[in-house]
Design a protein around this ligand. Structure first.
Ligand code: PDD
Length: 295
């Protein structure tokens, strides 16, 4: 079945989908994005993702190209035209097309809106059982990681180094030796005294929508979260570790820099959080949480 991409008001066949070469997103990374999961036809935490999308736009002073209601419709229509019920939806909005110039174009320049739906096999996610092997590497990103911009080359570079060395993912580490997050996911460890640590929200990390839902799930399941930065050495000693994101939910980390985590298999708390998150994402348990930047 031919794939269909939404670009600026049109549904275009995959191989013909185009934006202009002088799009600000292409030349300057002057764009933001969101990734929303569709699990068995349910859009997981749609409200949270749209809240964060609007916040990213407002931080970069880009206008919302269509109303929130229209965007919700366009996401569903893109899924429908691609006949997808288990999928990721990628939304990208750039400042639009203008002659290359470092200063921003005129305020009436229309933003570029692209929506891509891609299949994800949530019922048989490869890393759920297998687990993720992580390498720690320096965090070389710009200081506004709280905004979900398309300035992703540092993450792409870092992930590729990890992959070249035989790992699946990288955890980025700040100048103080503390883990910030994964290249496209938030990082968590369960300490030997059963505290679930994740880095506090600041400009150093992206505040995950999945992370926010996991906070709620943990509160309901007597799992103690402590928002506290941790080092690679602390992570090596963890009982369990996992990463959270819209496309992976909560995937076990089984090895960090050649240190086996726990018994090298998915731990009980990670499994519990994963299962609870699946039920939550599908609308079987709990209400979607309210997402706020909280900085
Ligand atoms: N990435 N941290 C970073 C740097 C991320 O890129 C992501 C998401 C997250 C988790 O956020 P959320 O739970 O809202 O997905 C944390 C998406 C999935 C991506 O870039 O494809």
């Amino acid at each position: 079945m031919p794939r269909i991409i939404y670009v600026n008001g049109q549904y275009q066949p995959y191989h013909q989908a185009q934006i202009h070469v002088e799009d600000r997103g292409f030349q300057f990374g002057d764009a933001i994005y969101e990734v929303v999961a569709c699990l068995h036809g349910h859009l997981a935490d749609e409200r949270g993702h749209l809240d964060r999308l609007e916040r990213s736009l407002s931080e970069l002073r880009i206008d919302m190209p269509v109303s929130r209601e229209s965007l919700r419709f366009l996401m569903r229509e893109t899924l429908r035209r691609n006949k997808l019920t288990n999928a990721g939806i990628y939304i990208q909005i750039s400042r639009g097309m203008a002659r290359r110039d470092f200063k921003f174009p005129k305020a009436d320049t229309p933003p570029t809106l692209v929506i891509i739906a891609f299949p994800i096999n949530f019922d048989n996610h490869p890393y759920v059982e297998k687990g993720v092997r992580v390498k720690t590497l320096p965090d070389i990103r710009w200081p506004r990681r709280d905004i979900k911009t398309t300035l992703l080359f540092p993450q792409s570079w870092t992930k590729q180094i990890a992959i070249d060395e035989g790992y699946d993912e990288a955890w980025m580490v700040d100048s103080e030796g503390m883990v910030t997050e994964g290249t496209s996911c938030n990082a968590w460890i369960l300490t030997k005294d059963n505290k679930l640590l994740t880095r506090p929200v600041s400009c150093d990390i992206l505040k995950g929508i999945t992370r926010t839902a996991i906070e709620k799930i943990c509160a309901e399941n007597d799992i103690t979260i402590v928002e506290q930065a941790f080092s690679a050495d602390e992570a090596y000693e963890a009982k369990e570790a996992f990463v959270s994101s819209a496309t992976g939910f909560a995937l076990p980390v089984i090895e960090i820099d050649d240190h086996k985590i726990g018994d090298g298999k998915r731990g009980a708390i990670t499994k519990k959080i994963y299962e609870e998150y699946c039920a939550y994402a599908e609308g079987l348990r709990g209400e979607q949480v309210k997402w706020e930047a909280g900085l």
